[in-house]
Design a protein around this ligand. Structure first.
Ligand code: CTP
Length: 394
């Protein structure tokens, strides 16, 4: 994956949120990245170098002139080896220093020396964050290509309520991946659907399926990282919506159809990963159905086939479908590819519902068929997007 084998220099400044850097370091390590921590003098008042070193598995650099550990000058070495520098928490002080070209300690010197991407995750008192000087510094750094994530609104350690909380560790990780991802989907407007739909029988019963939404959410997140503008239309799912996408929550197939068709005309790529219910009860009872007769017959009617409708109204969009098959997978997938006028279809079987890993076969309209090995859904998402990028070019 994107962070696999990457060298992340993790800069930690002095703020109460410094302890959250431990969780962040752990997430980076879990993503198979190498973590090289740098702590400012003030940071060491909030979190111990030993804790950080234990999690990171690498020495914590603190002193500009500590040449005893290595033969190379440490700021040059760290600046050169980094694939990305993540400063979390970033104080108003470090932001101000970098914005004004000051390099007076190890962290500011490494940030000034590196050619790698730099991501700041600010955390500070909300009044300080809103200060025009801090805002101007952030604007200036953004204009120069530095990346930022957060801060968030919420309760602050200083007792204030407002914007200044460090972004959640998963969001910082996601933003780091975004900094490093190729921007090969820039300019694309992608409509992605995910999850199941739910059709009510009565107020306490419904027809649905076990789709979790993991595949569609993974595609939405990966597409946004790669530069696309993403609209994610989701059925009911327990997953947290990806950050920085337009998220539309739906329940029924009808709601999903309405939201999808509304965004369809302006989309350049559509990926229908949702497991849309093909039928809904003809009558949805307003009150709970009581058990009276020995048999109960439920009359169902067809829902709209959203993807078929999109295929019929295609105006240059690249259309991607999913085919859920328990038998004759390739033949059925091929049929759907043709009938729904798709450019690409991803065939899978229902055993992957709610799992982290899936095995899919991708069929393209020019006849190309590729069976991917079992892979985590995040990785499958990247492979599908690779194919879309290639199809767009060709
Ligand atoms: N799909 C859709 N609207 C529906 C049903 C399916 O847009 N009412 C989309 C799915 O999101 C998927 C593709 O069509 O991308 C194929 O869905 P699948 O459930 O595999 O097949 P169906 O077309 O429903 O056909 P069948 O159930 O007969 O296999």
């Amino acid at each position: 994956m994107i962070l696999d084998g990457k060298k992340i220099v993790l800069g930690i400044c002095g703020g109460i949120a410094a302890y959250k850097a431990l969780e962040l370091a752990r997430l980076f390590i879990k993503s198979d990245a190498e973590v090289w921590p740098i702590m400012t003098k003030a940071a060491a008042n909030f979190v111990t170098p030993l804790s950080l070193q234990t999690i990171a598995g690498n020495p914590v650099a603190q002193d500009m002139f500590d040449l005893t550990r290595e033969s190379r000058i440490s700021h040059i070495d760290l600046a050169e080896k980094a694939n990305i520098i993540v400063v979390a928490p970033a104080t108003a002080n470090i932001i101000g220093k970098i914005a004004s070209g000051v390099a007076d300690d190890l962290l500011s010197t490494v940030v000034m020396t590196t050619k790698a991407s730099v991501l700041f995750a600010p955390a500070m008192n909300s009044n300080m964050y809103e200060n025009k000087i801090v805002q101007d510094n952030i604007k200036r750094l953004k204009n120069m290509g530095y990346c930022f994530i957060g801060p968030e609104e919420g309760e602050l350690a200083c007792g204030y309520e407002g914007k200044g909380r460090l972004a959640p560790a998963e969001d910082i990780l996601d933003a780091a991946e975004e900094c490093l991802a190729p921007k090969d989907l820039k300019g694309e407007k992608m409509l992605i659907t995910a999850g199941p739909t739910k059709e009510a029988i009565d107020p306490v019963r419904f027809i649905s399926n076990p789709s979790s939404g993991k595949m569609g959410y993974a595609i939405a997140r990966a597409a946004r990282r790669r530069g696309a503008e993403v609209v994610l239309v989701s059925g009911p799912s327990y997953l947290k919506p990806p950050r920085a996408v337009t998220f539309i929550k739906t329940t029924t197939a009808e709601e999903m159809a309405e939201a999808s068709m509304r965004h369809y005309p302006q989309s350049t790529v559509v990926i229908m990963a949702a497991a849309v219910s093909d039928y809904r009860p003809k009558i949805s009872h307003r009150k709970k159905v009581k058990k009276e007769e020995a048999r109960f017959t439920l009359e169902l009617e067809r829902t709209q086939d959203i993807l078929q409708e999109m295929g019929n109204r295609k105006r240059g969009q690249l259309l991607v479908g999913f085919a859920l098959e328990t038998e004759d997978m390739l033949a059925n997938a091929k049929k759907k590819l043709k009938e729904k006028k798709l450019d690409l279809i991803v065939a899978n079987d229902p055993t992957s519902f709610d799992k982290e890993v899936t095995q899919v076969t991708v069929l393209e309209k020019d006849g190309m068929v590729e069976a991917l090995p079992p892979l985590p859904k995040n990785e499958v998402a990247e492979r599908i997007l690779d194919k879309i990028v290639r199809a767009k070019k060709g």
